[in-house]
Design a protein around this ligand. Structure first.
Ligand SMILES: [Mn+2]
Length: 326
């Protein structure tokens, strides 16, 4: 068996659990964090002695674990046979599941890992059965919330994730979620979420033709700066809505461009029923992007402010019309 040096993982909950399994099984302490762009732009050094989890394939690495279909397509389009890559790709709900299945076939993994993998599946695929189910506190969701803190530096954040990996390797997830360093961050996260919710409340609109208020429109194009929103929080304001369309300007580095991005998703309550809606199809019909049934996104380039305002309302009307026709 090869000897491995370090783990490079996505800095989210799925990446955390994936790295924890690898770290436990292979006895590796060295962990680095990255986002998909870091890999695509080769801004991190990765060697054949490294394990890469929940991220695009970096061309050279020791083991690659992933579950994002788009990343598999990229591998194929580069003319690489995915079967020739060590590790595993599988279309599971989480990368943690892929890693767990892979190592379970080779070695015994303690039972306390099972709830961690189950939570990663639900959190990473947003696989909740209802809005209430989504809002219900679980140890995984508490830890996930602490990873979403805005007021923290990248280094502080990575040190914290490393600390969590250390704890989760041997302790059960409930015990970890109850620790003071987790609880303190979670309280901070809840405060930030409240602020976010009051911001969303200001940015929510409905189209005039949408008499039933079925599609929540979150329009953040008037903001000069870019900030992260959790658009699903809008369901707390309008629990009966069937979906959300968020429209924002694309930022290039820190500069606001006139190009628009539309992202749309269906509500958990709709997904739990039999329905004929297909968000990805709407994006494809409008020729602006793609996606799957439950969620999709598209980009509309604009060259002037007038054009942007015109295309914004035009596109929202089209999205609504197609949605209603499905
Ligand atoms: Mn993932």
């Amino acid at each position: 068996m090869k000897t491995f040096e370090k783990i490079i993982t996505h800095d989210d909950f799925d990446g955390l659990v994936s790295a924890t399994v690898c770290s436990y099984v292979l006895g590796i302490d060295e962990v680095r964090f990255a986002g998909p762009r870091t890999i695509i732009e080769s801004r991190i050094s990765i060697t054949e002695r490294d394990i890469v989890c929940d991220l695009p394939y970096p061309l050279i690495c020791g083991l690659w674990f992933d579950h994002h279909e788009g990343n598999l397509e990229d591998v194929k389009s580069r003319g690489i046979n995915p079967a020739s890559i060590d590790g595993r790709f599988d279309k599971k709900d989480s990368c943690a599941r892929v890693v767990f299945d892979y190592f379970s076939e080779k070695t015994e993994i303690p039972h306390h890992f099972i709830p961690k993998i189950d939570e990663a599946d639900v959190i990473d695929s947003f696989g909740y059965s209802s809005i209430d189910d989504w809002r219900r506190e679980t140890p995984g969701k508490i830890i996930d919330g602490t990873l979403k803190l805005q007021k923290t530096s990248t280094h502080e954040r990575w040190d914290y994730i490393k600390h969590l990996i250390d704890l989760l390797r041997t302790k059960n997830i409930t015990e970890v979620a109850e620790r003071h360093e987790v609880m303190d961050r979670y309280a901070q996260f809840q405060r930030e979420e409240k602020i976010m919710l009051s911001q969303i409340r200001k940015d929510v609109t409905f189209l005039s033709e949408d008499e039933d208020r079925s599609l929540i429109v979150i329009d953040v194009t008037h903001h000069k700066r870019q900030f992260k929103t959790q658009k699903n929080l809008a369901y707390l304001l309008y629990p009966e809505a069937e979906g959300i369309v968020e429209v924002k300007n694309i930022f290039h580095r820190d500069t606001k461009t006139k190009d628009l991005s539309f992202s749309m998703s269906l509500s958990l309550n709709i997904k739990a029923m039999e329905h004929t809606k297909d968000v990805g199809e709407i994006m494809r019909l409008l020729n602006i992007g793609s996606g799957h049934k439950g969620a999709g996104a598209g980009v509309v380039p604009c060259s002037s402010k007038d054009e942007m305002l015109h295309k914004k309302s035009e596109m929202l009307r089209q999205i609504f019309r197609l949605y209603k026709s499905q």
